[in-house]
Design a protein. Structure first.
Length: 179
């Protein structure tokens, strides 16, 4: 009496690479989204108005057109000059070279920090109006905005790459199984 051992039936090998790569890709995209959202929500159009608080440091940003303006004026919500409410203003660009480091997120219009400013009183609806271009205001420094920009770009790019790797790995496995 011979006893035959049945041949093992082939099983599909389910590795963790596509699932873990997919999870990592989604996680990186979430990080990119959150960093981009934080950066976007913290840069406000200062040409349209923003409520500023006394004794708080703000960072002024501009696009290229605003940097080449010949006339700018800080105003309150009623259009009154509030230059006297500026306690301290420090330029962060060289007066001879008005180039700024772009802190804008990808696919957004370029802008950069050109000054820090502190006000000596609260001004609801304060705005900074120039003869051309757009000014922005933020409580985040140029370094923080630049870091958020790079986190958004790198995490977004890596997240997309991880999703593509997971997709191609899954397609290769499917082709091998059909094969």
């Amino acid at each position: 009496m011979t006893h035959e051992t049945p041949e093992p039936t082939p099983t599909k090998r389910h590795g963790v690479l596509p699932k873990s790569t997919l999870a990592l890709g989604i996680g990186l995209l979430i990080v990119a989204f959150v960093a981009g959202l934080v950066a976007t929500m913290n840069v406000k159009n200062f040409s349209e108005g923003y409520d500023v608080q006394a004794n708080k440091q703000y960072y002024l940003l501009a696009n290229k057109e605003a940097l080449s303006s010949t006339y700018c004026q800080p105003l309150d919500a009623n259009g009154q000059d509030v230059s006297s409410a500026i306690e301290d203003a420090q330029p962060t660009v060289d007066g001879d070279n008005l180039s700024i480091d772009n802190i804008a997120l990808p696919f957004a219009s370029p802008k950069g920090v050109y000054a820090t400013v502190t006000f000596n009183k609260d001004i609801p609806g304060a705005r900074y109006v120039c003869d051309k271009g757009t000014n922005y205001i933020s409580t985040f420094s140029a370094g923080t905005l630049q870091a958020l920009r790079w986190v958004t770009m790198l995490a977004g790019g890596a997240g997309i790459a991880m999703l593509l790797i997971a997709l191609f790995t899954q397609l290769a496995r499917r082709d091998a199984a059909d094969g």
